[in-house]
Design a protein around this ligand. Structure first.
Ligand SMILES: CC(C)(COP(=O)(O)OP(=O)(O)OC[C@H]1O[C@@H](n2cnc3c(N)ncnc32)[C@H](O)[C@@H]1OP(=O)(O)O)[C@@H](O)C(=O)NCCC(=O)NCCS
Length: 205
């Protein structure tokens, strides 16, 4: 499944991404470190190669539990967005995680990518709720969910093992009923209204 919007593309991660992925991750080690998931000692997990990571992601995808996307801008690998923990039955929800190359931060790429992924989840995938868990210190990521209108639904102490420790997280969610016309359309509309406000302010100056 490939999703496209305004130069931002979400497509499944593949083994062919290994060289680019390694290069971008190495260049961004300091930028991503404070927000990267780590394995607690109790998990017994060993550091995994890129090949093993992609094999595991694609296995999860085939089982319907994950949608592991690469984010591209104009055909260039710039980050990842993963829909994980897909739960069916009476839950019909999933979590979304993401990162972008620091060189491409601040262009609205991930905000757009999350909107695209949420619309896909609420549309063809048929989910009802999408969650994002964010450390309270992560101002950039908090802005992503704020701009998309996610509601904070909880505070989870020591929720995930990030950067070597169990970290508190703020939990945000959107349900299908929150975005009847689609999240991307809502984002575009908010931007258009914002641009309108700015131009009308300028014209009054
Ligand atoms: C969080 C993150 C994915 C946002 O991606 P993005 O494509 O830059 O998103 P946006 O362009 O919509 O910017 C979101 C906010 O980031 C902040 N930001 C913008 N440029 C930035 C930069 N160069 N450096 C740091 N923060 C920046 C701004 O607060 C911005 O909000 P604004 O649009 O109101 O100014 C990105 O900062 C990132 O990959 N961070 C490291 C990994 C991470 O935190 N992942 C999420 C874990 S929950």
């Amino acid at each position: 499944m490939v999703l496209d919007s305004a130069g931002v593309r979400l497509r499944p991660i593949t083994q062919a991404d290994r060289h680019t992925w390694r290069r971008v991750r190495q260049a961004n080690a300091g930028w991503l470190g404070p927000w990267d998931a780590t394995a607690p000692a109790s998990s017994g997990a060993q550091p995994r190669s890129f090949a093993a990571m992609v094999r595991a992601m694609r296995r999860e995808a085939r089982a319907g539990r994950q949608l592991p996307f690469v984010i591209e801008l104009d055909g260039r690998f710039v980050g990842q967005l993963t829909v994980s923990n897909v739960l069916r039955g009476s839950a019909q929800f999933a979590s979304v995680g993401y990162w972008v190359d620091e060189a491409y931060a601040g262009r609205g790429i991930v905000t757009r990518a999350v909107a695209m992924a949420v619309d896909h989840c609420f549309g063809p995938v048929g989910l009802h709720r999408v969650e994002v868990a964010i450390r309270p210190e992560n101002h950039a990521s908090l802005r992503v969910v704020e701009k998309l209108g996610f509601a904070q639904v909880g505070l989870a102490p020591r929720y995930l093992h990030i950067d070597g420790e169990w970290r508190d997280h703020r939990l945000f969610a959107l349900t299908q009923e929150d975005v009847p016309g689609g999240l991307l359309a809502q984002l575009e509309q908010r931007r258009a209204e914002g641009a309108g406000d700015r131009s009308s302010q300028q014209s009054q100056e």
